[in-house]
Design a protein around this ligand. Structure first.
Ligand code: HEM
Length: 171
């Protein structure tokens, strides 16, 4: 059986949509669970934990942070694929016509990605001890990671509303 290009990309579009939503759940879900876990800023203790506790904590954090950071890349890749398939890249990114709402959601998502990879991650590496840093430096970084994470919480609300509204022509 030969499958047409259009049918193949339609199938891939369905898979991309599933992956997009799953990536959103993992990435944004992690962010919101952090809000529930730590509603207010709590500086990390300026004392190093014992080596055994530290090793277990670092391994768990590496896994957790690795999964949600890479989920954000799946969201980006699948989102761009769906956008290309809709033939909407230019209209969405230039906020034109009926694609403007989706485009606004995409630009907010881009800000979230820049915030995650460009602000949160470099500081989080020091907080979690993935790269060496003095206790004072780690303490200062916890404030930045907290604020950066909360910025993405707020942006995620706007992004998800615009993304769904754009897809379903709610406005
Ligand atoms: C740069 C990254 C992103 C791009 C390029 C992108 C692009 C897209 C595209 C093209 C669609 C399909 C619209 C359609 O044809 O129906 C979509 C759907 C969706 N996106 Fe994104 N997206 C991105 C990030 C995000 C983020 C960060 C969130 C959540 C906060 C999100 C949540 C959703 C949801 C929930 C849908 C499904 C909408 C529906 O069918 O009701 N996306 N996205």
């Amino acid at each position: 059986m030969i499958i047409s290009f259009e049918a193949a990309t339609a199938l891939m579009d369905g898979a991309a949509r599933m992956l997009h939503i799953m990536g959103v759940v993992v990435w944004i879900g992690h962010n919101w669970s952090n809000v529930v876990h730590t509603p207010f800023y709590r500086p990390a203790l300026p004392v190093d934990p014992s080596a055994a506790v530290r090793d277990v904590a670092i391994a768990a954090s590496k896994r957790e942070h690795g999964i949600f950071r890479h989920a954000s890349l799946i969201v980006l890749a699948t989102g761009l694929f769906m956008l290309w398939r809709r033939g909407d890249v230019i209209d969405a990114l230039t906020l034109t016509g009926s694609s403007a709402v989706l485009g606004a959601g995409i630009w907010i998502a881009v800000l979230m990605l820049i915030n995650l990879w460009g602000v949160l991650w470099p500081h989080q590496k020091k907080v979690l001890g993935f790269v060496p840093a003095s206790n004072d430096e780690r303490l200062a970084c916890t404030r930045i990671t907290f604020l950066s994470s909360r910025v993405n919480t707020v942006l995620s609300t706007a992004a998800i509303i615009l993304m769904i509204a754009g897809a379903h022509a709610a406005f």
